[in-house]
Write a protein that binds this ligand. Structure first.
Ligand code: WAQ
Ligand code: MG
Length: 279
């Protein structure tokens, strides 16, 4: 295997996070990948004040290989229906109504103490909704994950067949796959902070990547991620060590299906006992 590098990009305007990305590439693709990330950071409408690119050799750490979560596309007509379905799914996974309400309210208001979007994710106790991350401005960032070339080819074809061609979907699916395997993880909830991008998802090992075309109104620039964790087994050090340092390559696509009736999907979910439920 060639020498592999982790590349992280984050860009800001007036200390506000505007763009970020994670890649794992061999040495001979460092240059082109860094250029592509700079181009991406600069394409956000306003020129960034700062672009930080960090390149770390993975040395002899062999990436874990994972198959992507299955993708379930739920048709929902509006934000309200989307959030209701997302909430039902999270509840089935063992997240309390209180934790879900706190999470959604925080994402709506801007989850950092200053009321802005965070650079990383909130970490919430899935039972009480208590926020566990130490730095609420930054949150917790998952790093060191990417598609393998073969994995990327497969998932791009599969998602394109389903009408999903935006790079965001592919990137979010890779992130959600790594995150779903974190020790103590129950489920993730996400919607974009991009004002024009209304889609979001609820992801978990037990149910896959459940995608909603609308989880917020168009024009709303607030968004982010919430990692709900099981308080009975959660341990911050192990969680961070996995998310920040364990390299993961997604080498296989999962299944991808469209579900037109969210009620039916929720009913099926109700009939299936998730493996990781806790009390
Ligand atoms: N680790 C943890 N949190 C992150 C990370 C990361 N590596 N990257 C971004 N976030 C958080 C951060 O708070 C961002 O403000 C927020 O997530 C949103 O990031 O079509 O576009 O890059 O199926 O805007 C989801 C739907 C899109 C995709 C998500 O995220 C689809 C999206 P964005
Ligand atoms: Mg964004």
């Amino acid at each position: 295997m060639k020498n592999l590098y982790s590349i992280r990009m984050r860009a800001s305007v007036r200390e506000q996070h505007i763009s970020g990305a994670e890649r794992i590439v061999p040495e001979d693709r460092l240059g082109e990948t860094v250029s592509a990330l700079v181009a991406r950071a600069s394409s956000k409408g306003c020129p960034p004040d700062q672009i930080v690119i960090t390149v770390d050799s993975l040395k002899d750490i062999v990436p874990q290989q994972r198959r992507a979560l299955d993708v379930v596309m739920l048709s929902v007509p509006d934000v309200r229906a989307g959030r209701e379905s997302a909430s039902r799914i999270l509840q089935r996974l063992g997240v309390s109504v209180r934790a879900i309400e706190i999470a959604m309210a925080q994402l709506d208001r801007g989850a950092s103490p200053s009321g802005n979007n965070m650079r990383g994710a909130m970490v919430l106790d899935a039972s009480t909704g208590e926020r566990l991350e130490r730095d609420r401005e930054r949150g917790v960032r998952a790093s060191r994950f990417d598609w393998s070339d073969e994995g990327e080819r497969k998932i791009s074809r599969l998602l394109a067949d389903a009408g999903l061609t935006h790079f965001r979907t592919r990137e979010a699916l890779a992130l959600a796959t790594k995150v779903a395997h974190a020790p103590g993880m129950v489920a993730e909830l996400c919607w974009s902070d991009d004002p024009d991008y209304t889609a979001g998802y609820a992801a978990s090992l037990a149910m896959g990547y459940v995608r909603f075309p609308v989880l917020k109104q168009k024009g709303n620039g607030r968004g982010g991620r919430v990692f709900f964790v099981d308080p009975n087994v959660f341990e911050m050090e192990a969680f961070l060590a996995y998310l920040q340092t364990r390299p993961v390559l997604i080498t296989e696509a999962g299944h991808c299906r469209q579900v037109h009736d969210p009620e039916m999907f929720c009913a099926q979910v109700n009939g299936r006992r998730p493996e990781k439920i806790f009390t």
